[in-house]
Design a protein around this ligand. Structure first.
Ligand code: CA
Length: 645
C-alpha cells in the first residue's frame, strides 16, 4: 500500500513538473495560440490583439485502444513554417499566398507518443489537425470521439444553421444542409438537438468575428458538425447514427500513421478576414491531375421555373436556344430526363447544343439505399460499374458535367462515394456539381473537376413556398459571410421572372428587385452558375438586366469585403482580370444609404451603377468615382446595387 501511495505521489509530481504551455504566433504577432497539457488535459486558446477569442478549449482523441483526452503530456514540440503561393481557377481567389507559423506538439501518455497536434497560424486563420502515430503492432484505429472544442467568450452571439436529423424531410433525404440560419442568437443552444452544419459564425461582442469550419475531408475520414448545448463551449461531433438508413459507422477509421481533417478558425476585428479567407484551400493538396482543362461558366435550367414536368426534349431545346442567345455556356438538364427524354434523344440534344456552343449537364440521383427520392436516373452513381459505364457514354456524346443529388450524410462511407464520383468523373472529363449534399471541404483544390456543392437553402425553396420569397433578401445577406466563404455554393438563382411559374403568371411572387438578382450573381460565388432565368426574359425583362447577365463572369481573381452584417445587408467586391464588380443587397426595412470607399476604383473614373428607386424599379447610369474614391449608393429593402468598371 505504501508503495502504491508513493508511486501515486511520484506520478503527480511528474505530471505537474511536465506541465507545458507553448505559444505559436501569427506572422504579424496579432493572433496567439497557446497550447498546454495542464493537469494532463490537452488544451489550446486563441487571442487576437490580446483579446480572448477562443478561451481554453479541449483537444484530444478517444481511440479504440485508449482514451487520449486525459493523462496526456506534451512530450515534444517542433516549430514549422508554411509559405506557399498557389493558383486556383475555380474559387473566389485565383492567386493565393499562404504565410503561416506553425508548431507540431507531440502528446504522450505513460511515456508513449500517441498523436501530434499540428497548428498553423496565419494573419487571419488558425488551423490544426491530429496525426495519430502507429503503435506497433497496431497500424489502424477507430476514432471513437474527438474532444476538440471551441469555447467562446461570454457575450458571444451565434449565426448558425441547425443540422437536420437523418432520414427526414422530402423522401427521407435529410440531412441535406439546407436549414435556415438563426442570426444574433445566444450561445448554449444545440440547434434542433443535432448541432450545427459547418461553417459556423460567431460574434465576439464588439471585438470581432470568428468562423469555425473544417477542411481536407475526404474518404479517409467522416464529415463533422458542431455540437452545442454546453454554455459557450462547442465541440466537434461525428455524423448521426441514422444517416445512410442507419447503416455504416458514425466513427471514422484510420490507417496509421495518418491525419484527421483540419479544424479551422478564421478570426478578425471585422468581417473582412471571414469574407476573404482561403483557409479551406490553403492546407489541402490536389489529389489527382485534371484529365483536361475544365471549362466553367454560366448556364440555364428549366427545372427551377418549370419543375419536373418540363424536363422534356422540346423545352430543353428551347433552353439551349435561350442559353445560346444569352451567351451562356451550358444547359442543366434536371431530374427525370431518363424517362421523359431518353438517352437517344439526349444525344440529339447534345449534338444540337454543340451546334450552338451550348454544352449539357445531366442530373443524377445518388441513391442507393439512403433515401426514397423517386426521381431518375437512379442507382447509377452509387456503383462503380454502372457509374463508369454511364460516364463513358456521357463522354462519347460530349456531356460537360453532372449534377448528383440526394446524398445520405457525412459518414466516412458517404464521403468515399463523393470522392469516388469525383475521381471517376475526372477519368471521363466531367465536371461535378453535388446537390442535396454536404459542405465542400477544400474540394476546389483537392479535386480539379469539382465545380460546386449546394449545401445551402437554395433557390428551389423560392419555388416551393411564398414565405421563402418573402425572406429571400434576409437569407441572401447571410451567405456571403458564412456558407459561401469556405466553398463554392450552387445556389441557382438570379431570377428575372416575376413569378416562379412557367407562364410567369402563376407561382410564387418574387419580392426582390431585378437589380437584386444581378447583385446576387456577383455576391454568390460558384465557378459554374445555372441561373434561374427563363426564355421569356428575353422579351419581358429589362434589356439592361439581360445585358448584364450576358456578361457577368463566374470565375474570379479576388474578393474584398466592403460592408455588411449577416441578415441585414451585404456589400462585396469581386475582381475578374482588371475589372471590379461591387455588389450590394439590403434586407432591412429602412432604405440603406452608403457612401462606399472603394480603393480598387480610380478617382474620377466613370463606372456603371445599377440601382433601384424606392418602388424597386431598376435602371443603369454612368457615374464618376469621387476624388476620395467614393461612390454613394441607395438600396431599398429587397433591392440591390451593382457598380461595374
Ligand atoms: Ca436541395
Amino acid at each position: 500500500m505504501k508503495k502504491f501511495i508513493y508511486s501515486l505521489f511520484l506520478s503527480a509530481v511528474a505530471l505537474s513538473a511536465s506541465a507545458v504551455e507553448k505559444q505559436v504566433k501569427s506572422p504579424d504577432g496579432q493572433i496567439v495560440v497557446t497550447v498546454s497539457d495542464n493537469g494532463g488535459n490537452p488544451a489550446y486558446k486563441v487571442t487576437l490583439g490580446g483579446v480572448d477569442f477562443i478561451e481554453s478549449s479541449p483537444l484530444g482523441l478517444v481511440l479504440d485502444y485508449g482514451d487520449f483526452t486525459k493523462n496526456m503530456s506534451i512530450a515534444d514540440s517542433k516549430e514549422v513554417k508554411k509559405q506557399e503561393t498557389y493558383f486556383l481557377g475555380n474559387s473566389k481567389q485565383s492567386k493565393i499566398d499562404v504565410d503561416a507559423n506553425g508548431t507540431v506538439y507531440t502528446f504522450a501518455q505513460d511515456g508513449k507518443k500517441i498523436y501530434d497536434v499540428e497548428f498553423f497560424v496565419s494573419n487571419r486563420d488558425v488551423v490544426f489537425r491530429y496525426t495519430v502515430h502507429a503503435q506497433r503492432p497496431t497500424f489502424c484505429c477507430v476514432v471513437k470521439k474527438e474532444a476538440t472544442g471551441f469555447k467562446f467568450a461570454n457575450g458571444t452571439t451565434t449565426f448558425l444553421c441547425p443540422q437536420s436529423g437523418p432520414m427526414g424531410g422530402f423522401a427521407r433525404t435529410s440531412p441535406s444542409y439546407e436549414t435556415h440560419y438563426n442570426v444574433d442568437d445566444a450561445t448554449g443552444k444545440n440547434g434542433w438537438g443535432e448541432g450545427y452544419t459547418f461553417p459556423c459564425l460567431f460574434k465576439n461582442g464588439d471585438k470581432g468575428w470568428i468562423l469555425v469550419s473544417e477542411t481536407g475531408v475526404n474518404g479517409r475520414y467522416c464529415g463533422a458538425r458542431l455540437m452545442g448545448g454546453n454554455g459557450t463551449l462547442y465541440n466537434i461531433g461525428f455524423p448521426q447514427e441514422g444517416e445512410m438508413n442507419g447503416l455504416a459507422s458514425v466513427t471514422p477509421g484510420l490507417s496509421l500513421p495518418s491525419s484527421t481533417p483540419w479544424r479551422t478558425i478564421t478570426l478578425g476585428k471585422t468581417l473582412a478576414n471571414i469574407v476573404e479567407t482561403t483557409v479551406a484551400f490553403d492546407y489541402v493538396e490536389q489529389l489527382y491531375e485534371p484529365s483536361k482543362k475544365y471549362q466553367y461558366g454560366r448556364g440555364s435550367w428549366s427545372w427551377i421555373i418549370g419543375m419536373d414536368g418540363n424536363t422534356t426534349y422540346d423545352i430543353q431545346k428551347k433552353y439551349i436556344d435561350f442559353s445560346a442567345e444569352m451567351k451562356f455556356e451550358s444547359v442543366l438538364v434536371d431530374a427525370l430526363w431518363d424517362t421523359q427524354i431518353g438517352r437517344d434523344k439526349i444525344k440529339e440534344l447534345a449534338d444540337y447544343g454543340k451546334s450552338k456552343n451550348v454544352a449539357l449537364y445531366l442530373w443524377y440521383n445518388s441513391n442507393g439505399y439512403w433515401n426514397d427520392a423517386p426521381q431518375g436516373p437512379r442507382n447509377i452513381m452509387d456503383n462503380i460499374i454502372t457509374r463508369r459505364r454511364e460516364m463513358k457514354w456521357m463522354q462519347s456524346i460530349g456531356i460537360r458535367g453532372i449534377k448528383v443529388d440526394f446524398f445520405g450524410g457525412d459518414k466516412q462511407q458517404m464521403l468515399q462515394l463523393y470522392e469516388d464520383i469525383l475521381a471517376d468523373a475526372n477519368d471521363y472529363g466531367l465536371l461535378v456539381i453535388f446537390h442535396g449534399c454536404t459542405l465542400p471541404r477544400g474540394w476546389e483544390r483537392m479535386y480539379p473537376n469539382f465545380a460546386a456543392c449546394e449545401a445551402v437553402r437554395a433557390s428551389e425553396n423560392l419555388a416551393f413556398g411564398q414565405n421563402e420569397c418573402d425572406n429571400e433578401a434576409f437569407c441572401a445577406t447571410i451567405h456571403p459571410f458564412v456558407r459561401n466563404t469556405v466553398g463554392s455554393m450552387d445556389w441557382g438563382g438570379s431570377t428575372l421572372n416575376k413569378h416562379y411559374g412557367y407562364d410567369n403568371i402563376h407561382g410564387n411572387t418574387r419580392k426582390t428587385s431585378d437589380v437584386f438578382a444581378l447583385a446576387v450573381s456577383v455576391l454568390f460565388q460558384s465557378p459554374v452558375q445555372h441561373f434561374a432565368m427563363a426564355p421569356n426574359n428575353l422579351t419581358d425583362a429589362p434589356q439592361w438586366a439581360v445585358d448584364f447577365m450576358k456578361a457577368v463572369p463566374t470565375t474570379w481573381d479576388e474578393v474584398k469585403f466592403i460592408d455588411g452584417y449577416p441578415g441585414k445587408y451585404a456589400v462585396i467586391a469581386r475582381r475578374t482580370g482588371n475589372k471590379w464588380f461591387i455588389a450590394a443587397i439590403n434586407a432591412q426595412k429602412e432604405t440603406l444609404k452608403l457612401n462606399l470607399t472603394l480603393p480598387m476604383l480610380t478617382a474620377g473614373e466613370t463606372v456603371k451603377l445599377y440601382s433601384d428607386d424606392a418602388a424597386l424599379n431598376g435602371s443603369v447610369k454612368d457615374i464618376k468615382v469621387s476624388k476620395k474614391q467614393q461612390v454613394m449608393i441607395t438600396v431599398p429593402c429587397n433591392g440591390g446595387a451593382v457598380i461595374v468598371q
